[in-house]
Ligand binder design. Sequence first.
Ligand code: APR
Length: 244
Amino acid sequence: MYTQAAKIIKSSKRCVAFTGAGISVESGIPPFRGENGLWNKYDPQTFDIQYFYSHTKQSWEVIREIFYDLFGKVRPNAAHYGLAELEANNMLSSVITQNVDNLHKDAGSKIVHEFHGSLKNLICLNCRAKYEILEIDLNVLPPVCKKCDGILKPDVIFFGEAIPEPAKTNSFNETRKADCFILIGTTGTVAPANTIPSAAKSNGAKIIEINPYVSEYTRSVTDVFLEEKASIAMEKLMEEIDKL
Ligand code: APR
């Protein structure tokens, strides 16, 4: 299976990676669903945009606990580094990620389409001014804009919000051009992100999936299923690619 996956990657003209929360689990960030899933512990409605507007302080308190208490304190794992190495060796053209943890960029990936935005930035709901999280003190919630005192929101996509541009257009363009697609650590639960692997498949891409468990994709779009944790599978895959 690993040799087959390595041959697909090595012979592809344009390989794209599509990642979900599972790739960051071994970095210490819990997934949303399944074992230790965040949505087993927290109500997803906290992450609904209407709730954020109507219960801003409560929503911010949960967001800080779920995301910012870890953000910047965890490191990429071998799976993130493996994708960055494939890109550096011209075997991967980009990463499309649903994750907002910035770990692909921390690992050195240059072209990362952040389909759900990034926790790294905050945006003012009033004047749209942008701040890096390092500029903002989260001891006082909700954080406010230094220019207009407006409420700041993490620059990530809440349930009920539209996917940001240019990430959306770039992601679907990449998907159209890919002849190899590496799916890592996603249940395929949330639209429209979850339509991307099927779109790649219908465009003729070979689909390699890395996940320790079966996902929505395994029986429907996956060509080579590497049933393993991301960091272990990626290390094995890199070894096989080096042998070719
Ligand atoms: N290595 C690889 N995959 C793993 C690992 C691991 N070590 N551990 C768990 N997984 C897999 C799980 O089997 C599951 O398929 O990662 C996936 C995690 O699924 P979700 O938590 O649903 O994450 P994701 O698919 O990225 O969720 C999509 O839902 O809540 C929204 O906006 C949020 O972007 C997120 C979206």
